[in-house]
Design a protein around this ligand. Structure first.
Ligand code: CUV
Ligand code: SF4
Length: 670
């Protein structure tokens, strides 16, 4: 039976609440109501169903059950999980591949509108691979780097090149367990092969290949995507941005870009500033064009151009519900098919642009990097033409400011300044206990849990305990919408030690590091922290935890896997896809145990599914403290720090004038 939730149970975001109420008034379904109506299958949800062949599907519901082929629950769960990780790795990496091809085209002057924007980053990245830099034009270097990067995908033997950027100890550990990816495509294909009927049927052996597949994402596919995006569009640095549905404008043509790639959206940004297009919009009676983004396409242009984010994953339908969106331009990943039916209730055009993604009923304008600027202009013109069809609008007047753009390069710079950029101050702050540890809180929204609630709850509580938070993806947008990505906002709710550091360096306590592929920036930060010294000689010794409280995508599982393989403790919220049934805990324990204790023995990192936010927070802090102790660092104490200037000012201001004088000048009050 469908169970409808109260509005507060759907989301904590007031803008989203307004739009869900509007959907109910109009009798239009959204992911929120569909989640109520679609009861999940208990057997599938727990990973106890196998449909890998035509003798099945086999559902293992009783102790000792095996499939028609004899496959055990452990095998089935390991195969299901590994296939999900392979799909997630494929998605990220295919994006990385396309970026590498764009780099190649840009280097050879074949990509209209693209150029090598960040030469410093190009040289830095090329140097990792001993590509000759001196005396060469950026295009020549970029051409070599593009060739090297394109080759990572189809490489058959050896090691993918970016793994050499990991700490030495880490590389040795990977080598010892034979999990260094040979080539991205090869590992994904082998994951599919090994999980086919009648292949690999030792669950530990299957899951170790999931590690190798995940590594091909984190230390190749996604890392390549981030590198090339920075080289072509610029390495992010802090900018002022805004987030939530209130960024849509009543008197402008609203174009929402949604999906994951920066290639077309960056071009749409450029085209929207073209005088011809602005004139065209004005002729249509609009004041201009308001661009905004959803999901990681939003993050990409938010942190490089300050283009506002209309919201995260669950805002894709809600933005259309405003009636103010002329077009939603989508590329790849996390795009709901429901958009097309939903848009029929309004005037919004859904425009698909990727050769890989078409949706029945949508308008398809295929993107081609050789004519990107012209295509972007065409898309904008069609959107402007649609402005006259707009009916009544309903834009929630809710938005928040934020400062995104904390690339690892910028974090490095801001800590030390341009002459002595380094991670030393961060390491020192952790070693002294001002910062207790670091938490990366990332990943999606999921309509089965209250939108943004888990993200924000975990962020807030960890900040109070002096944990520095870095975010990407939809998690970052969740915090942005609630005003947590600004220095001033919420600094008084941050633990005293962390607050001192934030005030001294001038950073917000939550750092927005970008899109989902930019989780590789976190790998780079962790590596540089290790190399800086004082926090051990490998990533698994750093007091750091990764969390994805509201995950839903296979890509999230791929990220989890490469973080575990890199040495991190990773906590996922919500439903565990391998939980088994309560009466089967002894059996399903094997896989759950293996990805936790088993992987920890081998790789120093572990993956656990914890639904309760309080327990998530407790486990995070416990892990951080355990790592601190192992490094011989002082135990974290709540009241050891916090006598920084700003904190004292607040106290002083509360005193009557004479006492304040006395406190400042040390003279007795008269
Ligand atoms: Ni990947 S984080 S819903 S968009 S994968 Fe999509 Fe970035 Fe999750 Fe959000
Ligand atoms: Fe059933 Fe085995 Fe086929 Fe899976 S592979 S569906 S368990 S027979």
């Amino acid at each position: 039976m469908a169970k409808k939730r109260e509005i507060q149970e759907y989301t904590i975001d007031p803008a989203a609440q307004q739009m869900i109420i509007r959907a109910e008034e109009l009798g239009i379904g959204t992911a929120f109501s569909r989640a109520d109506n679609m009861a999940p299958c208990n057997i599938g949800a727990a990973g106890m169903c196998c449909k890998q062949c035509g003798m099945g599907p086999c559902r293992l519901t009783k102790n000792g059950d095996v499939g028609v082929c004899g496959a055990t629950l452990e095998t089935i769960q390991a195969r299901n999980l590994t296939r999900a990780i392979a799909a997630g790795s494929a998605a990220h990496s295919d994006h990385g591949r396309d970026m590498a091809f764009i780099l190649k085209a840009a280097a050879n002057g074949e990509a209209e509108g693209y150029r090598i924007k960040d030469v410093a980053k190009l040289r830095m990245v090329a140097a990792y691979y001993d590509i000759k830099i001196e005396g060469r034009a950026p295009e020549e270097i970029a051409n070599d780097l593009a060739d090297l990067y394109i080759a990572q995908f189809g490489q058959q033997r050896g090691e993918v090149a970016p793994v050499r950027r990991a700490p030495k100890k880490r590389q040795e550990r990977w080598k010892a367990h034979n999990v260094i990816p040979r080539g991205v495509d090869r590992e994904v294909v082998e994951a599919l092969h090994r999980t086919h009927i009648g292949d690999d049927q030792d669950y530990e052996h299957i899951l170790d290949h999931a590690i190798k597949t995940g590594l091909s994402d984190g230390w190749a596919g996604s890392m390549i995507a981030t590198d090339v995006s920075d080289i072509i569009f610029g390495t992010p640095a802090p900018v002022l941005g805004q987030a939530n549905l209130g960024v849509l404008k009543d008197d402008m043509v609203n174009v929402v870009v949604h999906g994951h790639e920066p290639t077309l959206s960056e071009m749409i940004v450029a085209a929207s500033q073209d005088p011809e297009i602005i004139e065209y919009a004005k002729a249509a009676g609009a004041k201009g064009i308001q661009l905004s983004g959803i999901c990681c396409t939003a993050n990409e242009i938010l942190m490089r151009q300050g283009i506002p984010a209309a919201g995260n994953f669950l805002h894709q339908e809600l933005s259309i519900m405003t009636g103010a969106v002329e077009s939603m331009v989508v590329d790849v990943q996390c795009i709901m098919q429901a958009l097309v039916e939903l848009a029929k209730n309004f005037h919004t055009k859904i425009i698909t642009t990727s050769s890989k993604v078409k949706i029945k009923g949508a308008t398809h304008i295929e993107f081609d990097e050789h004519h990107a600027f012209s295509i972007a202009k065409q898309i904008l013109k069609e959107s402007i033409d649609n402005y006259k069809n707009r009916g009544k609008t309903h834009i929630p007047q809710i938005k928040e400011d934020l400062i995104p753009g904390f690339s690892h390069e910028y974090i490095n710079y801001m800590l030390g300044g341009s002459y002595r950029a380094s991670f030393r101050p961060l390491n020192d702050a952790i070693m002294s206990g001002r910062i207790r540890g670091v938490a990366a809180i990332v990943g999606c929204n999921n309509p089965r849990s209250k939108q943004d609630y888990l993200h924000v709850q975990v962020v807030r509580e960890l900040l109070k305990k002096d944990v520095l938070v870095v975010q990407t993806g939809c998690g970052a947008i969740a915090s942005a919408k609630l005003g947590l990505l600004l220095g001033e906002a919420g600094i008084d709710q941050v633990g005293p030690g962390l607050r001192e550091v934030c005030e001294t360096v001038g950073i917000p306590p939550v750092l927005h590091m970008g899109s989902c592929v930019d989780n590789t920036r976190i790998l780079t930060v962790l590596t540089q922290m290790v190399e800086e010294g004082g926090l051990g000689d490998d990533i698994d010794q750093v007091p750091a935890v990764g969390l994805a409280p509201e995950w839903m995508s296979e890509k999230a599982l791929a990220i989890a896997t490469y973080c575990v393989a890199s040495g991190a403790y990773v906590i996922f919220g919500g439903q565990s896809p391998i939980s088994g049934m309560p009466d089967r805990v002894t059996d399903s324990d094997h896989v759950l145990k293996y990805i936790s204790e088993g992987w920890e023995k081998k790789f120093g990192g572990k993956l656990e599914f914890i639904a309760d936010p309080d327990e998530m927070i407790r486990a995070t802090l416990e892990h951080i403290d355990k790592k601190r102790a192992a490094l011989g660092l002082p135990e974290w104490k709540a009241d050891r720090f916090g006598r920084s200037g700003d904190a004292q000012m607040v106290e002083l201001e509360a005193l009557p004038l004479d006492q304040r004088r006395a406190a400042i000048y040390g003279v007795a009050a008269d």
